[in-house]
Design a protein around this ligand. Sequence first.
Ligand SMILES: C[C@](O)(CO)[C@H](O)COP(=O)(O)OP(=O)(O)OC[C@H]1O[C@@H](n2ccc(N)nc2=O)[C@H](O)[C@@H]1O
Ligand SMILES: Nc1ncnc2c1ncn2[C@@H]1O[C@H](COP(=O)(O)OP(=O)(O)OP(=O)(O)O)[C@@H](O)[C@H]1O
Length: 309
Amino acid sequence: MDTIILKARGKINLTLDVVGKRDNGYHDLRMIMQTINLHDTITITKTKTEGIRINNNLAWLPKDDKNITYKAAAKFLEESNIKAGIYIDIFKRIPVAAGLAGGSSDAAAVLVGLNKLFGTHYSKRQLMKMGVEIGADVPFCILRGTALAEGIGEVLTPLPSLPPMHILLAKPNISVSTASVYKALNIAEIEKHPETDDYVEAIKRQDIDYMTTHMGNVLEDVTIKMHPQIEEIKQDMIRMGALGSMMSGSGPTVFGIFPSKYEATLAAEYFKNKCGLREVHVTSTFCKAKREGKRRHERKRYKHKHEDK
Ligand SMILES: C[C@](O)(CO)[C@H](O)COP(=O)(O)OP(=O)(O)OC[C@H]1O[C@@H](n2ccc(N)nc2=O)[C@H](O)[C@@H]1O
Ligand SMILES: Nc1ncnc2c1ncn2[C@@H]1O[C@H](COP(=O)(O)OP(=O)(O)OP(=O)(O)O)[C@@H](O)[C@H]1O
């Protein structure tokens, strides 16, 4: 195998709490993360000439060692002591610098893809360990699904899959640097912390009503102070029928959970046409259990087919 194509899915934070600050500036978190189906497509090809080459479909996105996928590939080659040539093509759909872990997910896909391409058989845990050195969200992007994330985001406890939910993403026409949001946060000034443990229980009993009405993100106040239009988008989403709406990660993307794809699509038209937002997507929550069930089924079918011969 010389080429592999992977889906690098984004994420939303259903809750995000900051519980401490480390000497190196990083923050201790407790947050519930959820993979969404909106994805970038990553194609990795082995090449004859040694080195890492990158291409992507956005004119302004780095194509050199500034691209996070370069760092992921370099880390993998260093860890595995492999000397090889790699070409990475990225087709971006996930908005950049948006709070949706677009870059982190690309990096995660590169680690997973190279592991398959070179047959190195690293475990998921080993890949996640490599991943955290590239970015705090990378381990979750390797794990995927629904999870409680602690530490700086890398201590992950998988949670039961959520029932499929319709998600609308609306990004104001601005980009926000994650570092600047964490820098501006004053932990002592946090007014309301999300009830993370109660939220975990609600996920366990699949209580959608609780899940849509008890989301909370302590970074919201910080980013909204910088860009008040985030609050307007949140309120518009509720007015347009969202069961709940919140900023994802450090922002500025706002997501809404809608009762149907139809209502999410109507609201999307409003944000695109009436508010002039350029990056609006209707997507859904990624169900890991369903995906793994499908894979088991495919393996079984493959086995049957070959045993019949
Ligand atoms: C906001 C979230 O997306 C929520 O899921 C993540 O916490 C951010 O994860 P990320 O973008 O992968 O983070 P990194 O690329 O490792 O770090 C970006 C910047 O965010 C800050 N950062 C990140 C994670 C963390 N637990 N504490 C932090 O203070 C650091 O100052 C760092 O300079
Ligand atoms: N493959 C990539 N995809 C997206 N951004 C990249 C990539 N490589 C480098 N970057 C740089 O990383 C920064 C933002 O990354 P990213 O899109 O992961 O942020 P984010 O949406 O805020 O994610 P997170 O929720 O993890 O903070 C931008 O400055 C961008 O130029």
